[in-house]
Design a protein around this ligand. Sequence first.
Ligand code: ADP
Length: 355
Amino acid sequence: MTVNTNRILLLLEHPANCRLLGQWLGERYEVVICNPSDGLDGPFDLAILDGLGLEKQGEAALVDRKRVEEPVFLPYLLVASRRDVGMVTRHLWRTVDELLLAPVQKVELQARVEILLRTRRLSLELSLRNTDLEALVRAVTHELRGPLRAISGFTHILVEEHAARLDEQGRKDLERIVSSANDMSKLIHSLLSFARIGAEPAMLEPIPVETVIRGSLHRLASEIEAQQAEVTMEGDLSPTVRTDPVLLQMILTNLLTNAIKFIAPGVRPRVTITVSCAAPWCHIAIRDNGIGIAPQDQARIFRPFGRLHSVDDYPGVGLGLATAQKAALWIGARLGMESVPGQGSTFWVEVEAVP
Ligand code: ADP
């Protein structure tokens, strides 16, 4: 796959500089010369700006344009004099990805332009491949639901209307079909949740951290009761975080499900949720008294189907942590864990705190 990325937008305040640079770059690339007071709407693969162009365009507009393209990288190259650099320091490296000090050597400019365009191309190719793969997973998973519904429907009829005529072995086999169809239905549901993350943009909004935690606990109320789990909350729960509440709740629900599930037989699950916020992050930790995870297995569990136990010991599909990890990436959160085998684990997520 080769994607064409050679469209350069020039946002230079000085008309003579703009024309000269445009002519020179125009021999190799497609150049769009934009008056800095124009918008950033058209398609481009790299913007070259000077200090005034940057100021005129405004940081918010430049950052917004970058965000629209994420996760694809849209590079900005700033060409500035030493004096201008002082003026625009606050943009470095939030808005600007590369800086060249004027007067600029042609060979240096050419090298930077090439590197930035190549990085753009690679991120675009990766994103296209990823989108294709995710669309395929969604389509396949979706298509599997029809046949599975038919299998479940007909086995239900068999159980209801014909089970009495089967011998014991026949009834056992039928039970196995019903249980396998249930497992497959859970797998399809989990795969769809996994594949759907990223299909829609994250909806970041300010929300009290307590609301999200209570939402997860509410969803898990019957599991918590069935396991007679003791859940306590510690720390100041009043802070507000900026996040996608649906995805953060999905992360916490997956972590809490595991915290009450991976417990030694006969042990009552005790889970402590601790919140501690210090800008720019709010740290939400979920500590359990479970079986723990050996150090050599701790990276593997975040991969799809990175299960460490048989389904007979602990039920599950093996997509909970992979889903949590993908959702965390998507909302700009950080996810991690510490664990001592035989004593318990602490899984944590860090989200943007609202000051
Ligand atoms: P699932 O829960 O469906 O098995 P996950 O992706 O949620 O899959 O977790 C992957 C694996 O990580 C689990 O199978 C388990 O071995 C391990 N694991 C996750 N959370 C915990 C925990 N709190 N304590 C011990 N092991 C855990």
